[in-house]
Design a protein around this ligand. Sequence first.
Ligand code: NAP
Length: 266
Amino acid sequence: MEPIKIVIAGPRGRMGREALELIHKTEHFILVGAVDRTNEGKKISDIEGLPPLDAVIFTDLERCLQEVNADVLLDLTTPEIGRAHIKIAIQYGVRPVVGTTGFTQDDLKELELLVEDKKLGAIIAPNFAVGAILMMKFSQMAAKYFQDIEIIELHHDQKLDAPSGTGIKTAELIAQVRDSKKQGHPNEYEHIEGARGAEYDGIRLHSVRLPGLVAHQEVLFGGEGQTLTIRHDSYNRASFMSGVKLAIDTVMKIDLLVYGLENILE
Ligand code: NAP
């Protein structure tokens, strides 16, 4: 396979560390640079606990891309920094693969135009776990038969955004096949604000944040005399890495923005 030269942003984060292991063990992936808030000029291998990779760390992506020749930017940071990183990568003709969550519809529209203009591949995947993608697809199938749906997403308590990107994406996919519907009793009210969760097209979304959790989601469907529950659990961040690998390989072959791993799974 042709080697793919990668710059990673967020290498010391939980996803970043796992992605470095993936790059280290994948023969055709070459880490050519890293972007971190600290450790300017050090190598990845200088940082305790990170794999023995020689790539140099920069505190600024633009300078990094001026100095190294990269094919792909793998961004695993925050939406604020990720948004800026994607724009810089596109400007330098480097294909973004983004696991960072929390982008708005307006962000996606803007990025789609930038990518289109440059005829460059880009992938933004709010969930890289293949099982989670199947959970979303199965939920979309089930929504044709069950119109009353509640989504409960559960994550570790360090997660910044709520509801999760996967929760929102699930609701979006369901809304494509289900007529808009107000659920619950027509006169229902909340004793405590938020008790019924967030609402997307009538679907209720609930966000649980607890230490000990990684990334989990249940989609509950209710019908006459029956319920159906579809659940996915990511127990550690290794669960995301087959999706990261697929996205990096795929982004080299496309020239548009793909949002969601489900659009590249065969
Ligand atoms: P994390 O452990 O908090 O790591 C975030 C990383 O971003 C850290 O290395 C952090 O550096 C860095 N960062 C934050 N602000 C920065 C800035 N201004 N400039 C440069 N670097 C900055 O989070 P995580 O669990 O790895 O998750 C990272 C992102 O991926 C989040 O958006 C999360 O929601 C998302 N995620 C996606 C998936 C998926 O499947 N797509 C799965 C899990 C998580 P410091 O240590 O200096 O703060």
